[in-house]
Design a protein around this ligand. Sequence first.
Ligand code: C5P
Length: 297
Amino acid sequence: MPAKINLLLAVGPVRADGFHELATVFHAVSLYDEVTASAADDDGVSVTLSGRYGSGVPDDQSNLAVRAAHALAKRRPAVRRPTVRSGVRLGIRKEIPVAAGLAGGSADAAGALLACAQLWQLRLSNAKLATVAASLGSDVPFSLLGGTAVGTGRGERLRPVPVGGTLHWVLAVADGELSTPDVYRRLDELRAGRPVPDPTVPDELLAALAAADAPALAGLLHNDLEEAALSLRPQLADTLAAGRDLGALAGLVSGSGPTCAFLTRDADAAAALASGLAASETCADAVAVVGPAAVGA
Ligand code: C5P
């Protein structure tokens, strides 16, 4: 299941339910968590974690993938096969950094939904699966979809958008985490008294994606959460400056951060930028990825 970055994250006013109205462009990239589901001897849900970031998430019932399996299990009675047990042992190989603005937890939840639906032989429509996904988190429906998509509402209403080729990115992974609710809260504080326009996706951005025109896209990348993430983590300004100095076409904070994503011209430029950033001491790690990435790849 791929990580995501947001090519645009326009944050509108706070809604009555506490979420912010968004206009965003999700873009799945080639950094993957692997999620497996195998039959359990009982009716419980358990998870075993491995991989580089496996120790960064809980392995108990609070794990979002475990909650996803429970949420799906509730949908079973109407369609279940009597011969199939309802327990599951989930396995997650975590290569996506945790609480990093890359939707790693959402990727795991989406992976658990797909793997359990297969294990339990559920024949749920994509729309039903998306409803379960939205109940788990704003980014989970996109994590089921992959590719590139405009997200509206709180991010769960999706419209796939075509991308005319491969885009080359570098992810600068930070030490430590940022809490998404904290970043939204800080944005609200910074915006107090300022007018907040309704969020929209500019047509130029969709045209640049359709043409896979990296230089044009570079001028259109924008994240409203960036000022809040920078306010909570000022060192990220050094990461962004380092990436730009090292030749990135553009750079921005991914989602609620603290990962920074840099757009480059091609694979060679991405490889060079990744090694330059890794040596810059402005981030913990830097990895070259491509997008859009497909689910299941
Ligand atoms: O939906 P999810 O659980 O990922 O959201 C985490 C938190 O991020 C929410 O509790 C809320 O504070 C913030 N959020 C928001 N508006 C959104 C999405 C997330 O305020 N559209």
